[in-house]
Design a protein around this ligand. Structure first.
Ligand SMILES: [Zn+2]
Length: 405
């Protein structure tokens, strides 16, 4: 960071140690509005992980014992303990580790921290159910024409030249900067060996903290409320809109073991589930400060936001559905051209980014299939899909309802 000028510190935050201009290494105290003390550490990703979202924010709550949320990536342990030291803490001070959801940049660091601290590991009960499955296995559980086409366009681009690896399919030689950092195989191995000490359900309360199940970005996503703070994981983020999941089908053997309430997979996967969860958080109250897992601090500024960011995110997806309609109307009826229209502001130059964008486009197509506004045809001979508009715009009312109060 050039010079030593520090930005304004918002009300309710005090800085223990400044870090990099994306928040790496920053350590803060947060006023919760209740007696619990709250601290945050911008935990830097390891060298071989993507830095696109900056650090993972680990939050420490001293309330009924000491809780640490989201220790970050596998390989981030030294950055985390360095931050703890600034707070006068060591790993053994932590009683429980909670993850907001089962993504590598949140739960990758659990095993190392649990070993060093002896802390319990808490996660939503779906985290436990999904943990034996890799992303690839979950992806392959669905063979809808859209999913087949997404895999095809990813492979086509990967075969066309040197690319970064996105964790799906074959890893090309000589690429090591993966989204998850380190070896994805290692991550899958460490994660599947973890034992959950307490599987959380929606509405669980402990001390002043309340755990809410807010699926959609990922099915096991938790939003944790404490006083006037909401810890949103990747559910609500400043600056960027979290990636909505697609409407997966559960692998058959998994579906059998899931508690009844999760067997209808569209309640925990997909854009509609995500928008409903956003709406739910918007209804929690007014003036709730968002403590996100990414982008709390970026470009040398605190990026404070509140529950209204949830409504902004809903509105963003409504607009994105409108854009998809425009794209299809103007003749972009196959998945890749429609995706490129939707993301025309971003060069989708490697298979990982193209497939992420395509999966986001798919989540919108699926929502519009559900609302009766779009039909997907499988083009014969394995030559892509054809998106067709039915002429209605029911999605505008369905999503609009989530914005109306
Ligand atoms: Zn995530």
């Amino acid at each position: 960071m050039a010079g030593t000028t520090h930005p304004d510190v918002p009300e309710g935050i005090s800085v223990r140690r400044w870090g990099a201009e994306n928040g790496d290494g920053l350590v803060i105290d947060v006023d919760s509005g209740v007696s619990a003390s709250v601290h945050g550490i911008g935990v830097e990703p390891p060298d071989d992980a993507s830095r696109a979202n900056g650090p993972t924010w680990a939050y420490i709550v001293k309330d009924d014992g000491v809780t640490l949320m989201d220790p970050g990536h596998l390989g981030s342990f030294d950055f985390l303990t360095d931050g703890l030291k600034v707070l006068g803490m060591v790993p053994s001070d932590i009683d429980r580790i909670v993850v907001t959801h089962g993504h590598w940049d949140h739960d990758g660091g659990v095993a190392e921290l649990a070993d060093a601290s002896g802390a319990e590991f808490w996660a939503h009960e779906l985290w436990r159910a999904y943990s034996p499955y890799s992303y690839g296995q979950l992806l392959r559980a669905d063979s809808s024409p859209l999913r087949v086409e997404m895999t095809r366009i990813g492979e086509r681009m990967r075969d066309a030249g040197p690319r970064t690896y996105g964790g799906v399919g074959k890893k090309p030689a000589g690429t090591n900067r993966q989204p998850g950092g380190g070896s994805r195989d290692k991550y899958d191995e460490v994660r599947s060996a973890l034992k959950v000490d307490h599987a959380l359900e929606d509405g669980f309360k402990q001390g002043s903290m309340e755990y809410l199940h807010t699926p959609g970005h990922w099915p096991d996503e938790l939003t944790i409320r404490l006083g006037n703070l909401i810890f949103t994981g990747d559910h609500i983020l400043p600056e960027i809109t979290p990636h909505p999941s697609m409407a997966y089908s559960h692998p058959a053997d998994l579906a059998k073991t899931l508690p009844e309430r999760y067997r209808k997979s569209d309640e925990v996967w997909g854009l509609m589930a995500y928008l409903k969860s956003l709406h739910r958080v918007c209804q929690l109250g007014k003036g709730l400060t968002v403590m996100p897992a990414h982008r709390l601090f970026n470009r040398n500024e605190f990026r404070m936001t509140d529950e209204r960011r949830g409504a902004e995110t809903i509105a963003f997806h409504l607009e994105r559905c409108d854009l998809l309609v425009d794209a299809v109307e103007s003749g972009h009826t196959d998945l890749e051209p429609a995706t490129r229209e939707l993301f025309s502001y971003r060069p989708l130059t490697d298979s990982y980014h193209l497939m992420s964008a395509a999966s986001e486009a798919i989540s919108h197509v699926e929502l519009m299939e559900e609302t009766g506004d779009m039909v997907v045809h499988d083009v014969e001979g394995g030559d892509g899909v054809r998106l067709e508009l039915t002429g209605s715009r029911n999605y505008r009312d369905v999503i609009g309802d989530l914005l109306s109060d």
